[in-house]
Design a protein around this ligand. Structure first.
Ligand code: GAP
Length: 450
């Protein structure tokens, strides 16, 4: 299983999904950059989430609040006091770890000794300063969650959007956490994008809505191709919950490194945040219920997911190795692929909505006439989808390259195209090929890619 993780990390680097941050300066712990294919995959994950959470619902609106916020926000929210993890230091080698990530033996993962300092709470927020002085009054924090931007805009949205309870506010944006223990690639990093929904509801309806969102969020992962058997719910114990939550359930994924661990968190934050902000800001952050003519402070149900963590789960779940016929097609043989009968095929079986490249266009061989037709098809399809053109190497090799990055369809222009204006469309998963007229390609892909 750890082997699978090595393969994913290597594929992600080799094929331009994920690069270590600041790599030419030996990197920066817990920071990664998304390469050309990674940014496409991340954008597709975000689009799928936004479509499902905002666009397809009539009671959820979007928001994009600033990363930098008045420092008072973080005092009021409780993050300055409580957003901390227990840090222990090995007295022998001075390595530092989050206490709850130590192995069962409690032996130091660096030197093997078991001789720790008592735990002390370490705040995970990055401090920064606004303006040219570094005085305490100018200090603020990089946000560790986007949710506070939603709470402080609750009044603005109520005033401007005529929303009715229950309703949600959703946003996607960067969060920063000075994690003590990083690792497992994108699983725990220090800078990451999050997708958060704050769903405001009647207090008496909160438990029902909590169950509703649990199911919605689980269905979203399964609908985008994650195998159900790799997902489960786990409710937090009393001593695990964040300071603002009365109930928290994780959607856990069965990761190849640590087994069942959090993929997404769903929390019942009650009226904690709105009440705190109303108290400290002196602003009214209640909702006037037209039916009962009463002011209420809504409860909040919050599903929250990191994009990098989601990306890692989608990559792991989509990764498949199999033996496949070398080059896979008669046309490949025609292109001069003379290797053995079968070879290892690595394929990312990503849902077409998530795949970074939707279609590859390939001339069978480097022939000027075939290249011209292939480039025309490529240019045409590019107006609609992210399409890749590739003429380097045997067609079999090119299919494999596209399989490895999860491209669902490959279009090959061959010598028959010159006679009957048709091409082959190859399906990534079945490797089956169908012959279609060039004029029919957009229709065919429209049906397959939507
Ligand atoms: N506003 C709620 C909140 O921040 P959380 O459980 O701390 O809740 C939400 O974080 C999600 O963000 C997690 O389920 C995970 O997907 C992602 N996440 C949290 N910390 C992360 C980290 N250090 N690196 C990558 N993803 C992280």
């Amino acid at each position: 299983m750890a082997d699978l993780m090595e393969k994913i990390v290597s594929l992600a680097k080799r094929r331009g999904f994920v690069f270590p941050g600041s790599e030419i300066y030996s990197g920066l712990g817990g920071v990664y950059d998304f390469g050309p294919l990674g940014v496409e995959l991340a954008n597709n994950i975000k689009s799928a989430w936004w479509k499902n959470i905002v666009q397809e619902r009539d009671n959820v609106v979007g928001l994009d609040s600033a990363i930098l916020m008045n420092r008072q926000v973080w005092h009021t929210s409780g993050h300055v006091e409580s957003f901390a993890d227990p840090l222990v230091e090995c007295k022998n080698c001075h390595s530092r770890f989050r206490e709850d990530t130590l192995p069962k033996s409690r032996n130091c993962p660096t030197c093997g000794k078991n001789n720790w300092t008592p735990p002390r709470m370490f705040n995970l927020m990055f401090k920064t300063h606004i303006g040219p002085t570094e005085e305490e009054a100018d200090e603020t924090f990089l946000r560790p969650e986007t949710a506070q931007g939603i709470f402080v805009n609750f009044g603005n949205v109520i005033d401007t959007m005529r929303v009715k309870l229950p309703f949600g506010m959703a946003q996607i944006g960067k969060g920063f956490r000075n994690e003590i223990t990083i690792g497992n690639f994108l699983f725990r990093v220090r800078e990451f994008e999050m997708m958060e929904l704050e769903y405001f509801t009647y207090p008496k309806q909160a438990e029902k809505d909590f169950e509703y969102w649990k199911k919605e969020r689980m269905d979203w992962f399964v609908g985008l191709g994650i195998d159900k058997k790799n997902l489960r719910f786990r409710e937090h114990e009393d001593d695990e919950r964040a300071h603002y939550a009365v109930k928290s359930v994780d959607i856990e994924y069965n990761w190849p490194f640590g087994g069942w661990l959090e993929l997404e968190g769903i929390a019942n934050r009650t009226d904690y945040d709105l009440k705190q902000h109303a108290k400290e800001s002196g602003k009214d952050l209640s909702y006037f219920d037209e039916e009962t003519k009463e002011k209420i402070v809504p409860y909040v149900i919050e599903p929250s997911l990191g994009i990098g963590r989601a990306m890692l789960a989608f990559l792991i779940d989509a990764y498949e190795e199999s033996d496949a016929p070398t080059a896979g097609s008669p046309s490949a043989k025609a292109s001069g692929d003379k290797r053995g009968e079968t070879e290892k095929r690595v394929v990312l079986k990503l849902d077409p909505r998530l795949a970074p490249v939707k279609v590859a266009v390939l001339p069978l061989v480097k022939d000027a006439k075939l290249i011209k037709i292939a480039k025309d098809i490529y240019k045409d399809l590019k107006k609609e989808w992210n399409v890749m053109y590739d003429e380097v190497g045997t067609v079999g090799r090119r299919y494999r390259r596209q399989d490895e990055i999860g491209t669902p369809y490959a279009i090959t222009v061959d010598f028959d195209t010159l006679k009957d204006n048709s091409v082959t469309v190859r399906d990534r998963d079945s490797m089956e090929q169908e012959r279609v007229k060039v004029s029919e390609i957009p229709n065919l892909l429209n049906g397959k890619l939507l």
